[in-house]
Each structure stands twice: as structure tokens, then as C-alpha cells.
Design a protein around this ligand. Structure first.
Ligand code: SF4
Ligand code: SF4
Length: 283
């Protein structure tokens, strides 16, 4: 079963929920894998401190044009939906940072002038943290193509057990790649005007993907009741409310798992975990 932890914006505590949930479920005897799909800024490792066993380079196939074969017909430029290859005055220009590696330009070239060359975009890390499996993607600096890396990260997920996917923040393509095919999505939010605004966007996203979901309010009591009111109005389940706690913030800033550092938080994550396990919608 795959559970994605997502949020409409960064800084809501998404990773805090994901790593502490993974830890708590593991301590409860579940076979758990934590998967960091926030490949532009993976930070689950700061809390789980995994032993990395393998680092694999991930790349995408980009076109390389053999000018001695090319006659400037323009077919490659016409087929590319991403303007990653264009033909101007019979000269072919390629823009690797826009290329999605679909291979269409190579397929349509009548002169067999387009070769596909692998371009590294990041790495896939696998390892373990205590009894938790750990999988993470790490995008290269200045690389603009997180989606193919996230797809490769998800391919590394084993079929068995519980997978907690730490999705990128926001509602754009990388998030959709991370949450698609999951059995359930936890939308993490905080009780502020910014939180409710981004929650609405995230709700629209998961509804469009037709994935069951519920809301976790992090740092509850730090704001108003607008999230709870919105969820009641929209018939969205608030799965759990994590209390606002100064010590928890301190432990987080020190890279500690709050469920380990503060016994009350182990109880909170146990209750959240139990609720997810009992929620027939989730699985
Ligand atoms: S591989 Fe696909 S995305 Fe990349 S340049 Fe060719 S047609 Fe465009
Ligand atoms: S399709 Fe092939 S021959 Fe035509 S412009 Fe592109 S690379 Fe050149």
C-alpha cells in the first residue's frame, strides 16, 4: 500500500509527518519504506539518518543531431511538444533542459540523423534506517527535469509492505508524478490563511486524480479554525491534528524525530497511523 504525504506549499511539516509516520509504523511491526520524492530538496535523510547502500546515476535520453546526415527537413521540430528541438533556416537547435526524452524526434527523422544520448539529471539513493527501507531521488543542481527522476524513484519501490511517499510541495507536475497510483494521499496543512489557500489547490489536484485523501492539520492551535471549517463544508476528513509545540519545533530544528524525542508525539503518530490503517478508504 502506498500513502503519499503532500502539501500545497512548502513549510507545512510534510516531511515531519512522513518520517515520523514511517518510523511509528515500523515500530508497530509494519514493513515500511520511506520514499523521498521531493527530489529538488530531499531532507528526509536529515531525520532518518539512513545508511546509504547504493547510489545510482539517473539520466534522460536527449537528442544529438548528426549534421552530416541532416537535411534540415524540420520534422523533428514539428513533433516535439516541448520546443526542445527546433529547426531554423535548416539548422537544428536542441535545448536539453526542455527535453522530456520521449524519443519522438529520433523516430520521425527520415535521415536517421538523431541519436539519443544519456544526460545525467540526478541520483537514486537506496539504503536503510533502522528497519525502515529508504529510497530517495536527488536532482542535480540547476537541473530542471524532476519528473523523470521521480518516475525512476517510484520504480525502485518494492511491491510489498507500506510505502510512505514524501511528495514535493505544490500542485505541479512533480507532485502529480509522486502521488499518482498511490492508494491514499495525506494533505498536510497549517491553520493559516496561506495554508487554507494552498490546501484548496491541493484538494483540487487529488480530486482530479481521483485518489482518496484526508487532511492532517499540523501545528493546530497556531491559527484559526478555517481549515476545519473548509473541510467540514467540503466533506473532507480531517484525519488528525498535530498540536503546536515549542519543544517539537526545537527537536525538528536539531534533526530529531519528534516521535522519538517526545513521548506524547509517539502517541500522536500512533493514533494517526491507527486511523490510516483503519480507514478503509485508504487501502
Ligand atoms: S526526445 Fe522528445 S522531448 Fe526531447 S527533443 Fe525529442 S521530441 Fe522533444
Ligand atoms: S528530422 Fe532529421 S533530417 Fe529533419 S531536420 Fe530533424 S534531424 Fe534533420
Amino acid at each position: 500500500m502506498r500513502i503519499a504525504v503532500a502539501s500545497g506549499k512548502g513549510g507545512t511539516g510534510k516531511t515531519t509527518i512522513a518520517v515520523n509516520l514511517a518510523y511509528t509504523m515500523s515500530k508497530n511491526g509494519e514493513d515500511v519504506v520511506y520514499v523521498d520524492c521531493d527530489v529538488e530538496e530531499p531532507n528526509g535523510h536529515l531525520f532518518l539518518k539512513p545508511a546509504i547502500e547504493e547510489v545510482k546515476e539517473i539520466g534522460v535520453l536527449n537528442p544529438a543531431v548528426d549534421e552530416t546526415k541532416c537535411d534540415g527537413c524540420g520534422e523533428c521540430g514539428k513533433v516535439c511538444r516541448f520546443s526542445a528541438i527546433v529547426v531554423i533556416s535548416s539548422k537544428v537547435l536542441t535545448f536539453p533542459e526542455l527535453c522530456h526524452g520521449c524519443g519522438a524526434c529520433s523516430l520521425v527523422c527520415p535521415k536517421d540523423a538523431v541519436e539519443e544520448i544519456k544526460r545525467p539529471i540526478g541520483v537514486l539513493e537506496t539504503g536503510t534506517s533502522d528497519s525502515i527501507g529508504y529510497i530517495a531521488g536527488r536532482l542535480n543542481i540547476r537541473e530542471a527535469m524532476p519528473v523523470p527522476l521521480i518516475a525512476q524513484v517510484k520504480k525502485a519501490i518494492p511491491d510489498n509492505g507500506i510505502t510512505i511517499i514524501d511528495a514535493p510541495p505544490g500542485t505541479s507536475c512533480p507532485v502529480i508524478e509522486a502521488v499518482k497510483n498511490c492508494g491514499y494521499v495525506i494533505l498536510v496543512t497549517e491553520p493559516t490563511p496561506f495554508g487554507i489557500n494552498d490546501l484548496k489547490l491541493a484538494v483540487d489536484m487529488v480530486k482530479s486524480l481521483d485518489i482518496p485523501f484526508g487532511v492532517v492539520v499540523n501545528r493546530a492551535e497556531a491559527g484559526d479554525n478555517s481549515v476545519q471549517e473548509f473541510c467540514a463544508l467540503e466533506n473532507i476528513e480531517v484525519i488528525y491534528e498535530i498540536p503546536n509545540d515549542r519543544l517539537a519545533a526545537e527537536k525538528y530544528s536539531q534533526g530529531d524525530l519528534i516521535c522519538v524525542a517526545i513521548p506524547d508525539f509517539m502517541k500522536h503518530f500512533k493514533m494517526l497511523s491507527d486511523k490510516l490503517m483503519c480507514n478503509s478508504l485508504a487501502f
